[in-house]
Ligand binder design. Structure first.
Ligand code: BDR
Ligand code: CA
Length: 310
C-alpha cells in the first residue's frame, strides 16, 4: 500500500479553503495547518481554520501566520467570501486556540524534521515565501509546492488571480524557488464548479458538517453565479491543489515556465505562462493543471465530506 502524501496546508479560509482542509484531512497525511491573511484578515482566517478543524475532529497543529503581504497593502475578498471569510452558514464557536502565531517557524521546523512534506498553499504566498527566505535549505527538504493561484486569465484583475495579486512579491519568490512546483490556476479551477446538482450530493449526507458545508457551497456559488456571465456554481479552487497530490489522475497537466509579474501597471500579479512552441522558450519550472475530470473530482470531495459525516 502506498503511503498518503504528507502535507502542510497553508490557507486563508475561505469557503474553498475549508473544503480543501476536509479533503486533505481525509485523503492526505495532514501534518499541520497554517493560516495567512487573504480572503479575510488573519484573525478571521485563523478562526475559520479552527472551526473547520473542530468540525472534522482534527487535532493537527494549527499555527497562525502573516497578517499582511510582504510589500502590497493588505486587501481582502469580502465580495466573494463575506466579511467573516466564511459567510453563509451557522458556524459553531471554535474550541481550540491556534498553537502559535509563528506559522513560518512551524513550517521550517516541521520540514527540517521530516523530509518529503508537500507545502500546499491555498491563499496568498506570504508564509511560504518567508519560510523559503528564512530557510533556503527547505527547497531540498520538501517534496514540492502544490499551490492554488494564477492562471492564463485573472479574477481580481483582467490579468491577475487573487492569491497572486494579493502578494505578488511572495508569489514571485515561490515561482522562482527552483524545485517541484504544481499550479492549480483559474484555467482548471473554473472547470470544477459546485453546481446545484453537486451541492445536493453534499446536502444529502448526514450530520452537521455536511449541512454546514452545503450552506457554504450555496453561499459561495450564489456569489459566483451572480458575478459571472456563464457559471453554474462556485469555482472549487483550493481543493485542486490538494487533489493534485492525492488524485493526480484527475488532471491534465503540462510543464511550462511561469513567472509572476511584479511591476506591471496593468498586469501586477499576473502569472505569465510560457506556452510557446518555440525552441527558445524558457525551461519549465512549473506543472500547470489545464483540465480536470470535474464530476470525478467533485465525487472525491463528497467522499471526503462523507468520511466525517457518519
Ligand atoms: C482564490 O482566492 C480565494 O478567493 C479563494 O479561496 C482561492 O484561494 C481564487 O482566486
Ligand atoms: Ca484560498
Amino acid at each position: 500500500m502506498t503511503s498518503l502524501p504528507k502535507m502542510i496546508v497553508d490557507c486563508d479560509p475561505g469557503h474553498d479553503d475549508a473544503i480543501a482542509l476536509v479533503v486533505a484531512a481525509h485523503f492526505a497525511d495532514l501534518v499541520g495547518v497554517t493560516t495567512v491573511a487573504g480572503n479575510a484578515p488573519i484573525t478571521a482566517t485563523t478562526r475559520n481554520a479552527r472551526i473547520v478543524l473542530d468540525m472534522i475532529g482534527s487535532s493537527v497543529p494549527l499555527h497562525q501566520g502573516a497578517q499582511r503581504p510582504l510589500v502590497a497593502p493588505p486587501r481582502h475578498a469580502a465580495y466573494v467570501h463575506g466579511e467573516s471569510g466564511l459567510d453563509g452558514a451557522d458556524l459553531p464557536e471554535p474550541s481550540r486556540p491556534a498553537d502559535s502565531q509563528n506559522a513560518v517557524d512551524f513550517i521550517v521546523e516541521t520540514c527540517r524534521a521530516t523530509e518529503g512534506i508537500w507545502l500546499v498553499p491555498t491563499g496568498p504566498l506570504t508564509n511560504i515565501a518567508l519560510a523559503l527566505r528564512a530557510a533556503p535549505d527547505l527547497a531540498d527538504r520538501i517534496a514540492g509546492i502544490s499551490l492554488m493561484g494564477g492562471g492564463s486569465f485573472g479574477n481580481r484583475s483582467a490579468a491577475a488571480e487573487f492569491n497572486i495579486w494579493a502578494d505578488p512579491e511572495a508569489a514571485s519568490i515561490v515561482f522562482d524557488y527552483g524545485k517541484r512546483l504544481i499550479m492549480s490556476g483559474l484555467d482548471v479551477t473554473h472547470r470544477l464548479q459546485a453546481t446545484p446538482e453537486r451541492i445536493a450530493k453534499v446536502r444529502a449526507l448526514p450530520g452537521r458538517l455536511a449541512a454546514v458545508l452545503a450552506d457554504l457551497f450555496d453561499f459561495f456559488s450564489q456569489v459566483y453565479v451572480s458575478r459571472h456571465d456563464n457559471m453554474r456554481g462556485g469555482a472549487v479552487h483550493d481543493p485542486c491543489a490538494v487533489l493534485a497530490l492525492t488524485h493526480p489522475q484527475l488532471f491534465t497537466c503540462k510543464d511550462h515556465h511561469v513567472v509572476v509579474e511584479t511591476h506591471g501597471e496593468l498586469t501586477m500579479g499576473m502569472t505569465l505562462i510560457d506556452q510557446r512552441g518555440l525552441v527558445e522558450r524558457e525551461t519549465p519550472n512549473c506543472t500547470v493543471q489545464w483540465d480536470v475530470d470535474a464530476e470525478a473530482a467533485f465525487n472525491v470531495i463528497v467522499a471526503a465530506i462523507a468520511a466525517f459525516s457518519k
